[in-house]
Design a protein around this ligand. Structure first.
Ligand SMILES: Cc1ncc(COP(=O)(O)O)c(C=O)c1O
Length: 377
């Protein structure tokens, strides 16, 4: 049993999440990291590595490759080859590299979305074709009709976020097959950000890497993964891209060149330890997060002016606050002592994103303050 209720005072370290409101009576619930300690196996591996006292340039050892291969096989039944892996210090950098590596003048993605899906194509001087997600069966999903309508021959890349930040969707096999068929039909490479893949909140839902569906899709895919969200090690900057096609991989590596650095040595230490020994911790984390989500859902259900569709993954709840009729729901809740993420940069300022990856007592305090805010109207 791991103790996710243990309070960790993150104001003692220069932590981005809690520093933002230092000195103010505001509980932060914004940036996507959790308030939990990482699994003991990760902390111990880091302590052992730090005790060695030499921190020069690092290599990736065979055990680390083995840890990744077996993690992907165990969790997603996805068999990859070690040659397909490209290590980077972050998924956002990799998204930018992907946009620069693939030809074409435009990139298709969906909205609302994690802002870097819009910024990365723009950095590569590409037009963004942003397709609004649609609501279906109380869940956010892809609008294939709109995608067919808006696609044009200048577009060569589709950027997918699965599981979806901010809407929490885990795309089903059928949805991914349909998306795959769309990408094959229009000759699109797929950059699939799967950083939240391990954080599924419902035992019956499975994460499927789109690249695992067929050889044809594997050949046109760049899958971005990381242990950072799962094991709360985002500050260690460790991630990897899985690129099965040799030509696409070469282009990706060439674009990285000497501009985008590789993985951090403590990051790779943590990654290996987490993938080898973190399964039990992860299982308990998912149960804890699902129970936290139930509290958030119950709070939303008590307040008919708020809305939350089915949240299948992540510790980020995408709450529609349109019916509150306040100018900025983000500012409104901030005035009542809760620092949520503003939905504006994601594509809809009438929404807020609540990070419920925190201790239950902290979450309860957040929801109490939000309730007082709603009651004040
Ligand atoms: C979908 C998604 N991709 C990427 C990132 C950031 O990844 P990294 O810290 O590896 O750049 C986040 C962080 O919130 C995210 O939600």
């Amino acid at each position: 049993m791991f103790n996710f209720d243990e309070i960790v005072d993150r104001t003692k370290t220069p932590c981005e999440k809690w520093n933002k409101y230092k000195g103010a009576d505001v509980i932060p619930a914004w940036v996507a990291d959790m308030d939990f300690k990482s699994p003991p196996c990760v902390i111990e591996a880091l302590q052992r590595r730090v005790a060695e006292g030499v921190f020069g340039y690092t290599d990736i050892d065979e055990e680390t490759y083995g840890a990744i291969l077996s993690f992907l096989k165990r969790h997603y039944n996805w068999e990859i080859q070690k040659e397909w892996l490209v290590f980077t210090h972050g998924v956002v950098s990799s998204m930018n590299v992907a946009c620069l590596s693939v030809e074409g003048e435009s990139v298709m993605t969906t909205t609302p979305i994690y802002p870097h899906f819009i910024k990365a194509p723009m950095h590569a001087n590409k037009e963004v074709i942003a397709i609004a997600m649609k609501e279906e069966n109380n869940r956010w999903t892809l609008d294939f009709e709109a995608m067919e309508e808006k696609i044009n021959p200048t577009c060569k890349l589709f950027m997918l976020c699965n599981p979806y930040n901010p809407a929490g969707t885990v795309f089903t096999c059928k949805e991914l097959e349909q998306l795959g068929a769309f990408c094959l039909k229009h000759d699109l490479t797929i950059c699939s950000d799967e950083i939240h893949a391990d954080l599924l909140l419902n035992q019956s839902t499975k994460h499927i890497p789109i690249a695992s569906l067929s050889e044809a899709l594997a050949k046109r895919s760049i899958t971005l993964m990381a242990p950072s969200k799962t094991f709360n090690i985002a500050g260690l900057q460790a991630s990897f891209a899985v690129i099965p096609d040799v030509e696409l991989r070469k282009r990706f590596k060439k674009t990285m060149g000497s501009m985008v650095g590789g993985i951090n040595l403590l990051g790779i230490t943590a990654l290996k330890a987490a993938y080898l020994g973190g399964d039990a911790w992860l299982g308990e984390l998912r149960t804890y997060l699902a129970e936290n989500l139930a509290l958030v859902q119950a709070f939303v259900n008590r307040n008919p002016k708020l809305k939350l569709l089915d949240q299948e993954a992540t510790f980020l709840a995408w709450i529609d606050a349109t019916a509150l009729h306040v100018k900025s729901p983000y500012e409104f809740f901030l005035q009542h002592g809760v620092g949520l993420s503003d939905g504006g940069p994601f594509g809809n300022a009438q929404y807020v994103r609540l990070n419920f990856g925190t201790q239950r007592t902290v979450l309860k305090a957040i929801l109490e303050r939000m309730q007082k805010a709603v009651d004040s109207l």
